[in-house]
Design a protein around this ligand. Sequence first.
Ligand code: UDP
Ligand code: MG
Length: 324
Amino acid sequence: MQPTFSVVAPVYNEAETVPHFYQRVTAVMERLGEPYEVVLVNDGSTDGSTEALHALARADRRVRVVDLSRNFGHQIAISAGLDYARGRAVVIIDSDLQDPPEVIQQLAERWRRGAEVVYAQRSKRVGETRFKLWTAAAFYRIIRKLTAVNIPQDTGDFRLLDRAVVDALVQMREHHRFMRGLSVWVGFRQEAVQYERQERFAGRTKYPLVKMLRFSVDAVTSFSHVPLQLATAFGFFLAGLSLVGILIAIILRLVNHAIVGQASTLILVLFLGGIQLIFLGIIGEYLGRIYDEVRARPLYIAREAPESAAELSDEPPTAIGQSR
Ligand code: UDP
Ligand code: MG
């Protein structure tokens, strides 16, 4: 039977938190009073989370575990969860209890009233460093400037998606995934619910600065060509400037006022070389992503997974991790 709700949560080394997460989610879902399932995606944990998840699945049939063969990253783990979720509405939530499960009640309420994407928007963030708050704010501002999709400020991946939206998302198999962008890109009726983001229950963030930067580059490149177009704009600007420079140089030469050589030449060469390398790097970012897509490897490999939503319908089963 198709459950009404699926709760999808990625788990990466959250052994301490998992039992508490399960309890709080269960309490909320029981209150909603409709059939539900909890899809927990183990993203290559090495700290005993795997055993904890399997124990939960043994004790409660509504818990289904997708066990990825290694760490594939947060966004891919969420995508794997969506592949296996069967509910008519799917809630994506972090398993570290930073997204309070109690908010699911409000998300469900909005969904029942007709919203198709209900995203949880942080009105407040408890226990984050000032650096994280500042980088997050800068991140959303840059994304909004550079991309055409209007990604709402201060939203994470905590959201509820209607089945129609999930079906659309599951079809998108791009490798560098920015889920909160994709779930806006698909359209549908989108609504926001405010909540206060909590401190981590235990453990520490799995998003160090380097990963955060890579995540931002993924976000920009998946939704914008602006960095590439910047090269054209900059080229025109510099070409215009050099025209003036050439004129001045010729005139000075004619009136026998040679420009003093080395320093100015050196500065120009180094400056232009630097600019060119930067744009070469930007092209490289896009090129690398094209390469990743062309190879068309599966998004993830699952060591062990329940029957996927696709397998339960009429479609023929596909290879592991490649569902659809
Ligand atoms: N996570 C994951 N794979 C990863 C990194 C994180 O599945 O490679 C999970 C993690 O267990 C957590 C959620 O994604 O439930 C969000 O990660 P985290 O709390 O580290 O990010 P932050 O909240 O600090 O942005
Ligand atoms: Mg977190």
